[in-house]
Structure formats: structure tokens, C-alpha cells
Write a new protein. Structure first.
Length: 304
């Protein structure tokens, strides 16, 4: 039997990621409705996305080349009832908090048509912690998008304890249909697919630095030469915010209780000194002109 196609999607929460997902989906021809209790968010986020693209100095991905034109295709709704009318899929992108997500999923389940798949865009919460707030666990899943505006879009796709194969496949095919690469996660996993890879890089490099094995700039140099990227893991962590990185590492530690997963005290000390990266002007590097942007950075090295 062929899979039922996802044609109409509701995005719930039009913050940083919800707005990007709505634009990406609308550009590729999905009919999109969106709802956020804060009606000013959508316009604010459109401006922020344009700023982020300009500031990156990179070319926008196709869905973000004409943001006002694409935004016109999205129907902004003033109630959940209106947003959920006749949808095939709901993408929830509300704050990263289990009680909030469970409350929202309970409402989605009560209002959305029975055929609708309910997906969370959460960065860390597996759907198994949310699905029981609904009466349709077989239609619940994680679809976790990575920032879409300047990089090829991709999304982790993961089921919960009772997600049906059809639900998983429909979610995965929809991700593909909107120009993104689906990364299938076949067993529940904290960090999904690629977040887990990135997390391994963070854990390893942070401990190498904290244990005095290599200078963080040499680790970044190695990464930049090896991958051809314009910055290394420490530059990237400065972008994210070292407090956010620390918080995420603690989530992994709480899960494993393995001391190898505990983030280094030296990282905590930086946060206590308000050295949190780009947002405070200092992290591993100093901003707005971090050393890795210097054309001679790769050649310098820290060897004695
Ligand atoms: P955000 O704070 O930018 O946006 C959250 C939005 O949800 C806000 O506009 C808020 O008004 C709205 N909201 C709050 N309560 C609501 C409710 N009850 N119903 C509907 N809307 C509600 O957050 P974000 O960064 O977009 O994150 C949203 C989700 O996406 C989180 O689960 C996060 O983990 C995930 N995510 C974020 C990123 C990122 O880079 N920011 C990346 C991947 C995944």
C-alpha cells in the first residue's frame, strides 16, 4: 500500500526554528498554517533570519532567498483550531521543556484530525517522554531540524515506543519532499543522529583542552585543515554559547552518570567569568575578530 502523502502541515510555535521550518515547507509546496500565542513572533523571526543570513556572509539556501515572498504562502492563525484544520502533520516547535511540550501535545491530540501525525522538533527530548500525553502514540515522532537558512537542510527522524512504520516513513518522506536530508534514527537515542556525532567531537576536544593535551587553537587548526571549514570546534562552541554547551553536556552526563561525560571544570570557570563566547565578546576566542579569522591563523601553530 502506498504511503499517504503529507500535503498540509501546521507549525506550532513560530520562534527561531518554527519560522524556519514553516518557510522551508512553504517554499517546497507544502500548505502551511502556523500558530503562536505571541502574534508578533513571526515578523520578528523573519527579520532575525534575514539578519543571520546577511551576517554569515554566506548565500541563503533556496527557501530563504525571497523570504517575504515565501512568507506570504504561510497562513498565520489566531487559534489552534484554525491552524489544525484538516492537517496531515503537526510540527511542534515550542520551548524545550517537557511539561510545556506535554501540555501542547495533549491539546494537539484533542483538536487535530485523527489522521494527523504529531511531531516534535525538540533538540533533546525523545518523543517517548511526550507521546503518552496523547491518545495516538503510534502517530507521534521526533522530526528534529537543524538550522536551515545557510546550510543544506537536514533533520533527524526518530520514533517513540509505539510509532508505526507508516508514521515514520511518512515523516521521513515529507522531510525529503521539502528539500532536506532525513537522518533516520532506528533506536531511541539521546542526541538523535548527527547531534550525537557533534557531541562526541565536543566531549573529546573539551577534555583534550582541559587536560592540557593540546592548545584549543591547534585542535581547531587540525579540524579546519581536515574538513576545510572556516572554524573549528572551539570557534563553533563560542557561536553556540558556552553556557548552552555546558547545559547540553550536563544533560548527557545526567543520562549516563559516567564521569567521562562530565564537562570540564575549566569550562564551568569560563562561564562563571562570563566568558560565554560570541554573545559576551569572549569565550575561547575574543570577538568580533577571533584569531581564526586571521589569514595567517593556520600557519601560526603553537608548537615551541
Ligand atoms: P524559541 O524560543 O525561539 O521559540 C519558541 C516559540 O514557542 C515562541 O515563539 C513562543 O511564543 C512559542 N510558544 C510558547 N508556548 C507556546 C504554546 N503553548 N503554543 C504555541 N507556541 C508557544 O525556541 P526555538 O529555538 O525555536 O526552539 C523551539 C524548539 O526547537 C525547541 O524544542 C528546541 O529544542 C528546538 N530546536 C531549536 C534549535 C535552535 O537552534 N534554536 C535547533 C533545533 C531544534
Amino acid at each position: 500500500m502506498s504511503l499517504q502523502k503529507i500535503e498540509k502541515v501546521a507549525v506550532i510555535g513560530t520562534g527561531t526554528l518554527g519560522t524556519q521550518i514553516a518557510l522551508q515547507a512553504a517554499f517546497y509546496g507544502t500548505r502551511v498554517t502556523a500558530y503562536d500565542p505571541d502574534h508578533t513572533q513571526f515578523e520578528r523571526m523573519l527579520k532575525m533570519i534575514r539578519f543571520r543570513i546577511q551576517n554569515s556572509g554566506k548565500k541563503a539556501t533556496p527557501a530563504f532567498e525571497d523570504i517575504p515572498g515565501t512568507a506570504k504562502k504561510i497562513i498565520l492563525c489566531s487559534s489552534l483550531e484554525e491552524a489544525l484544520r484538516d492537517v496531515d502533520l503537526v510540527i511542534e516547535a515550542v520551548p524545550e521543556d517537557i511539561p510545556i511540550k506535554r501540555e501542547v501535545f495533549g491539546k494537539l491530540d484533542a483538536i487535530a484530525p485523527k489522521k494527523a501525525i504529531l511531531a516534535t522538533n525538540s533538540s533533546s527530548i525523545p518523543i517517548s517522554k511526550i507521546e503518552s500525553a496523547t491518545g495516538r502514540p503510534e502517530k507521534c515522532m521526533n522530526i528534529h531540524f537543524y538550522a536551515l537558512e545557510i546550510k543544506q537542510g537536514m533533520a533527524d527522524v526518530m520514533g517513540g515506543t509505539r510509532t508505526s512504520d507508516d508514521t515514520f516513513d511518512q515523516g521521513r518522506e515529507w522531510v525529503r519532499s521539502i528539500g532536506c536530508i532525513p537522518l533516520a534514527v532506528n533506536k531511541e537515542s539521546l542526541g538523535f543522529c548527527f547531534n550525537r556525532v557533534w557531541r562526541a567531537v565536543k566531549r573529546e576536544t573539551l577534555h583534550m583542552w582541559a587536560d592540557g593535551i593540546s592548545d584549543f587553537q591547534d585542535i581547531d587548526r587540525g579540524w579546519m585543515v581536515f574538513t576545510g571549514m572556516a572554524q573549528g570546534p572551539f570557534g563553533m562552541m563560542d557561536n553556540i554559547g558556552l553556557d548552552v554547551v555546558y547545559g547540553i553536556e550536563m544533560v548527557y552526563y545526567e543520562e549516563s552518570r559516567d564521569l567521562k561525560d562530565y564537562p570540564p571544570e575549566k569550562l564551568k570557570a569560563m562561564i562563571d567569568r562570563k566568558e560565554m563566547g560570541v554573545k559576551t565578546g569572549k569565550g575561547f576566542y575574543t570577538y568580533p575578530n577571533p584569531a581564526y579569522k586571521d589569514p595567517s591563523f593556520l600557519k601560526k601553530g603553537t608548537c615551541r
